[in-house]
Ligand binder design. Structure first.
Ligand SMILES: Cc1cc2nc3c(=O)[nH]c(=O)nc-3n(C[C@H](O)[C@H](O)[C@H](O)COP(=O)(O)OP(=O)(O)OC[C@H]3O[C@@H](n4cnc5c(N)ncnc54)[C@H](O)[C@@H]3O)c2cc1C
Length: 381
């Protein structure tokens, strides 16, 4: 009987798993022995790391968006619909517009969303670059920037753990190049007692920010924003007046998890840290931002997880073998430290990162990656 693999979420993780499996099981799919279906609520894929460059007019939206169907390996079906509920007992996914989809093996790759409602006043008084619309609105605000006080706040959890640092360092250099840095005050706030959650990154970032004349405000958990008075207030009782508030809003998982009664607080799926199976379910797997794993919510993590998961799925679909390959918590993040230099961190469950000195070469490597990401998604690399 034909084995059916269903993947929910046509983002980084979902597309990569679909394409890795599709590439390896091309023959079985062609012969009708195995089916691979990717379900996504968006017909286009959007490369989110590009938002950071949109803000500074360094990339255009059209460079970040491609139709999902163009990115899929041959033989993989795409269903453009929203998953409403997973019925794990019946092996079915109920959806918004069509009949339920049945599966033998299910992969959940539904990512993470901004939770703007958690902070009263933020939607009205703040900017963010974690959506394309938000990045374009912030880009427009920066085009008119003549100086003033920019306050950056960080909500938790959030994806791309180094993006707040990257934005701050890029903004500093951008303001210098525009000749408005001496009229610009930059405040980088962070919810913990240091500049980053990863100790080695915090040890590196503190002096880097100081050298750029950025004020670091620690223990600042954004609680509310007063859009009329232009004041951001923290749980800890600190008020930060601002001319421009750039927030990294707190994130949550898609509500599919809670309507299916499969997630914990924050809508994150309890996931086995090595096999990537949903705890208590041998036929459901989770990857990318949607997991509750103690790893960064990053595209690189979704990529490394997809490689491991796809190998295990191939074994499961063809031989019924249990997961043989283990995800080790691997993550890799470029860190832009201005407009023409960058560094990177590479780490896993057992090995925390160190931060090498920034170079122009790493910056250009990141620029290149921004343009070849599509090949990665298509699993041709
Ligand atoms: C500004 C910014 C900068 C970043 N920079 C980097 C970086 O430099 N390096 C890096 O590694 N990562 C970076 N990231 C993070 C990276 O983009 C994400 O971690 C990655 O996309 C996560 O992949 P995913 O597959 O889990 O989720 P996503 O890629 O977000 O995909 C989830 C998909 O599931 C769909 N979906 C959700 N719910 C449903 C449903 N119920 N039914 C159907 N479809 C559904 C969504 O519409 C979406 O298409 C950045 C992110 C941002 C916002």
């Amino acid at each position: 009987m034909r084995k059916r693999l269903l993947i929910i979420g046509a983002g980084t993780g979902g597309l990569m798993v679909a394409n890795f499996v599709g590439r390896d099981l091309h023959g079985e799919i062609e012969r009708g022995e195995i089916s691979v279906t990717l379900m996504g609520e968006q017909e286009v894929y959007t490369y989110q790391p590009g938002f950071l460059y949109v803000v500074f007019d360094l990339m255009r939206p059209a460079q970040l968006i491609r139709p999902v169907r163009e990115l899929l390996a041959p033989g993989i079906a795409f269903v453009h619909d929203r998953a409403l509920r997973i019925d794990a007992q019946a092996h079915k996914v109920l959806r918004a517009q069509g009949d339920p989809l049945e599966y033998d093996i299910l992969v959940i790759a539904t990512g993470s969303n901004l939770n703007l409602q958690e902070v009263p006043g933020l939607a009205e008084g703040g900017h963010w670059f974690y959506t394309l619309d938000g990045a374009l609105r912030l880009r427009d605000a920066l085009r008119n920037w003549q100086g003033g006080k920019l306050v950056l706040t960080v909500g938790v959890p959030h994806k791309c753990p180094v993006a707040p640092l990257e934005f701050t360092m890029m903004f500093d250099e951008w303001a210098r190049l525009r000749g408005v840095r001496d009229k610009t005050e930059i405040v980088y706030s962070y919810p913990l007692g240091r500049a980053h959650s990863i100790q080695s990154v915090a040890d590196w970032a503190g002096p880097e920010l100081e050298a750029r004349g950025v004020r670091v405000e620690t223990f600042f958990n954004l609680e509310s924003v007063d859009p009329a008075k232009h004041v951001a207030s923290s749980l800890e009782g600190t008020d930060l007046p601002y001319d421009l508030l750039v927030a990294i809003p707190p994130h949550q998982g898609d509500e599919l998890g809670s309507t299916s009664h499969l997630t914990e607080a924050g809508n994150w799926y309890p996931t086995d840290r090595h096999a990537l199976s949903l705890q208590g379910h041998e036929d459901i797997f989770v990857l990318g931002d949607a997991t509750n794993l103690p790893v960064s919510k990053a595209g690189s993590v979704a990529h490394f997880e997809a490689e491991v998961l796809a190998d295990n799925l191939v074994g499961l679909l063809t031989e019924g073998s249990p997961p043989l390959h283990h995800y080790n918590g691997r993550a890799f993040c470029f860190i832009e430290t201005g407009l023409d230099r960058a560094t990177f961190i590479s780490f896993d469950y057992e090995h925390p990162p160190t931060v090498p000195g920034a170079t122009n070469a790493v910056h250009w490597f990141k620029q290149t990656y921004n343009r070849i990401h599509w090949a990665n998604l298509k699993a041709v690399m």
